[in-house]
Design a protein around this ligand. Structure first.
Ligand code: SF4
Length: 296
């Protein structure tokens, strides 16, 4: 059987983990710093509004971000932190009208984004575990409820969070869910599965590699040649896929893959993606552009 029997989108919707730019005060376009690079054509300090941010918090160049060199904007996802900070934590106080909230509001974005990202992974672990391990499912549910409650705290409470401890508490649950799912997977190869956790595979030639069921947690795959690689049921949590070539690769049932990872990679019409992810428009493949950058 495939490793997952449910898709976590409903839970993510309930927890507010999908970015809703229209409910956000453009926080990612102000709070974060840019460095002139392949991802951004300009330098920008943290707390300085991007020159393309309109007064209504929309992006003035949204349809042409890649063409204008703002690639970094197309591969950023706040996991719903932006609208929660804008509408809930700060109760709708716009930083333009309330300069007194600016510094803590902007400082909070990376913190709450991290918290929401953990929730995102936990919802996937829940889906992987559903119907297989009652005990782990209960632990995951408790973790989701606890962290979701934390995410509703005040700005001061959130800024005081020990993110490292939070992550260290979640990781063992994700590893258990991943190992069990990969062990059950029909894609798992005979014998030992590759363990490349945190491996430095930057620019590595891995074309056609058999990476079925491999652990690539936190692996650095920047610019790697993964053309035609078999990544079915591989664990890709936190793997850096920027510029990696996934043309013809098979990521069916790959675990913990986010849209941002896919958007940051290269690929083509023959790349097979996990359910729920969208083929990026810049891969030159059939329809659906789904940039996570701010709306026009
Ligand atoms: S999405 Fe648009 S407004 Fe926001 S940072 Fe990028 S270019 Fe600037």
């Amino acid at each position: 059987m495939p490793p997952t029997t449910a898709h976590p989108d409903a839970d993510r919707e309930r927890l507010g983990l999908h970015a809703d730019c229209e409910s956000c005060f453009g926080l990612c376009c102000v709070a974060l710093a840019f460095t002139r690079s392949a991802d951004f054509p300009i330098d920008k300090d943290a707390g300085e509004p991007c020159r393309n941010l309109r007064p209504d918090h929309s992006c003035g160049i949204h349809p042409e971000l890649r063409e204008r060199g703002f690639v970094g904007c197309t591969v950023y996802d706040c996991f719903g932190a932006g609208q929660k900070i804008s509408r809930s934590t700060f109760a709708g106080q716009d930083w333009r009208e309330h300069p007194e909230v600016r510094s803590s509001m902007f400082a909070l974005l990376p913190v709450l984004r991290h918290v929401h990202e953990l929730l995102w992974y936990l919802t996937e672990a829940q889906a992987l575990t559903l119907g297989h391990d009652v005990s782990l499912a209960a632990e995951l549910t408790q973790a989701v409820e606890r962290i979701d409650l934390l995410s509703t705290g005040s700005a001061d409470e959130l800024l005081a969070l020990d993110l490292g401890a939070l992550r260290d508490g979640v990781n063992p649950l994700l590893v258990r869910a991943s190992e069990a799912a990969r062990a059950r997977s029909v894609h798992q190869p005979r014998g030992r599965r590759a363990d490349r956790r945190g491996a430095d595979l930057v620019g590595r030639r891995l074309a056609g590699a058999d990476l079925r069921g491999a652990s690539l947690r936190g692996a650095l795959l920047v610019g790697a040649d993964l053309r035609g690689a078999d990544l079915r049921s591989a664990d890709l949590v936190g793997a850096d896929l920027r510029g990696a070539d996934l043309s013809g690769a098979d990521l069916t049932d790959a675990l913990f893959v986010t849209q941002v990872q896919v958007d940051a990679a290269r690929g083509d019409a023959t790349t097979r993606l996990p359910a729920g992810l969208t083929r990026p428009a810049h891969w030159g493949a059939p329809p659906v552009a789904r940039s996570r950058a701010r709306r026009a």
